[in-house]
Design a binder for this molecule. Structure first.
Ligand code: GLU
Length: 440
């Protein structure tokens, strides 16, 4: 395997399908995602009548490792990268969650994301707690060789606290199957045995699961179908706007287009396209570049913020955080908001939309398809027996359909909005497992 290539990752990304979070300008409210997550956790535990000690345990990850990774770059100089691995809670089982490569990665963000993973695993009833990792780097400016050395260096740095029965990483923003392959190889070398169950999201030939790559988008379509039915609507004929045309957004646009939805709007880092008669998704997918950019080809493009308030039935933010705020929540036309991105809606906006009767399918539910199929991958690795695509799809559908109804019913019976309901469902098992282990 070459480690001296000077080709940049951007050039090599054509086949690599890096998970691209589209760079849409964030509109922040005065509270960090970490604090926002703590707030929802506290309220959810209060609604379930758990005492303060539960909040004290669950308000932060149990473990956080910060590492500094020296990497020799292609120009011969050494650069030191900062990385993190956070493990929120392992009362239910090993922790699980992706590793992101991004210049904006911070300790706080990784901590919040590990807590979200706990909620996702709780909602879908997986035998895991949440974990998350990140490295401050810009993979778009690095060569494949540099990326490989960084991936291997990260595994060496965190190897003591990860493993198939401890903490199982996966892809996240700007990481992909190739990076998972390098990480699995490094871990197997350190341990001196083949360890496919150390990491998920691997290439198929190295023990990846059929359906993992498109699983997040497939999960979004499943919960969207259930949400539409709950609102007396159906996917065929519905007008959908998708913000973001990266991994999740583009697969999703394609699934919905094929299922007969009218995709009336899409966007990328440069801008957005809107056509009330429906866009030709096949054509847009053909024309986009390796980072998912396509709107630059159309002079008629509008801005991302303009797109969010255009007429539609279902709005899917599949890009970045803090897109729907108290500033634009009153102008959203959709009846259903499906959060395919992490944290696209602020607390205030959640309240405004819920009061207006918009059904919110929260991020921790809508984007859980990825970790569910990661769990399938881990199970297949542990068994050494591999499933068919139909088996993967059927099981994913069952888990997410149940998850949606659990959250929806909780929201109705407890008279709380869907995000709080998702946290209630997501925390219940972890709180009970912590109590039964005698931690509380
Ligand atoms: N990074 C993905 C997520 O945030 C997947 C995690 C996993 O597959 O473990 O859900």
């Amino acid at each position: 395997m070459t480690t001296t290539s000077t080709k940049t990752a951007a050039e090599s990304a054509q086949n690599a399908s890096l998970q691209v979070a589209q760079g849409v300008v964030p509109v922040a409210e005065n509270i960090s995602v970490f604090e926002r997550t703590q707030e929802v956790i506290r309220t959810a535990l209060e609604v379930m009548n758990y005492n303060d000690s539960y909040y004290e345990l669950l308000k932060e990850p149990l473990r956080l490792l910060t590492v500094r990774i020296p990497i020799r770059m292609d120009d011969g100089k050494v650069k030191v990268f900062v990385g993190y691995r956070a493990q929120h809670n392992d009362a239910v089982g090993p922790t699980k969650g992706g590793i992101r490569f991004h210049p904006d990665v911070t300790e706080e963000e990784v901590k919040a994301l590990s807590m979200w993973m706990s909620i996702k695993c709780g909602i879908t009833n997986l035998p895991y707690g949440g974990g998350k990792g990140g490295i401050q780097c810009d993979p778009r400016t690095m060569s494949m060789g540099e990326l490989e050395r960084l991936s291997r260096g990260y595994v060496r740095a965190v190897s003591q606290i990860v493993g198939p029965t401890k903490d199982i990483p996966a892809p996240d923003v700007f990481t992909n199957a190739q990076i998972m392959a390098w990480m699995m190889d490094e871990y197997s070398r350190i341990r001196e045995f083949d360890a496919p169950g150390f990491i998920t999201g691997k290439p198929l030939v190295l023990g990846g699961s059929i359906g993992r790559e498109s699983s997040t988008a497939k999960g979004v379509t499943i919960v969207m179908r259930e949400a539409a039915a709950a609102m007396g609507m159906s996917i065929p004929g519905s007008r959908v706007i998708i913000q973001g045309f990266g991994n999740a957004g583009s697969f999703l646009a394609k699934f919905l287009y094929d299922a007969g939805a009218k995709v009336v709007g899409i966007s990328d880092a440069v801008g957005a396209l809107y056509n009330p008669d429906g866009l030709n998704i096949d054509e847009l997918m053909d024309k986009r570049d390796s980072f998912g950019t396509v709107t630059n080809l159309f002079p008629s493009r509008i801005t991302n913020q303009e797109l969010l308030v255009k007429d539609c039935d279902i709005l899917v933010p599949a890009a970045i955080e803090n897109q729907i705020t108290e500033k634009n929540a009153h102008d959203i036309k959709a009846r259903i908001l499906v959060e395919a991105a992490n944290g696209p809606t602020t607390t205030k906006a959640t309240e405004i939309l819920s009061e207006r009767g918009v059904l919110i399918v929260p991020d921790v539910l809508a984007s859980a398809g990825g970790v569910v199929v990661s769990y399938f991958e881990w199970v297949q690795n542990n068994q050494g027996y591999y499933w068919t695509e139909d088996e993967v799809n059927e099981r994913l559908d069952r888990i997410l359909t149940d998850a949606f109804h659990n959250v929806y019913d909780t929201s109705r019976t407890k008279r709380v909005h869907m995000r709080l309901a998702a946290y209630i469902v997501g925390l219940r098992k972890m709180a009970e497992a912590s109590r039964l282990r005698g931690w509380l």
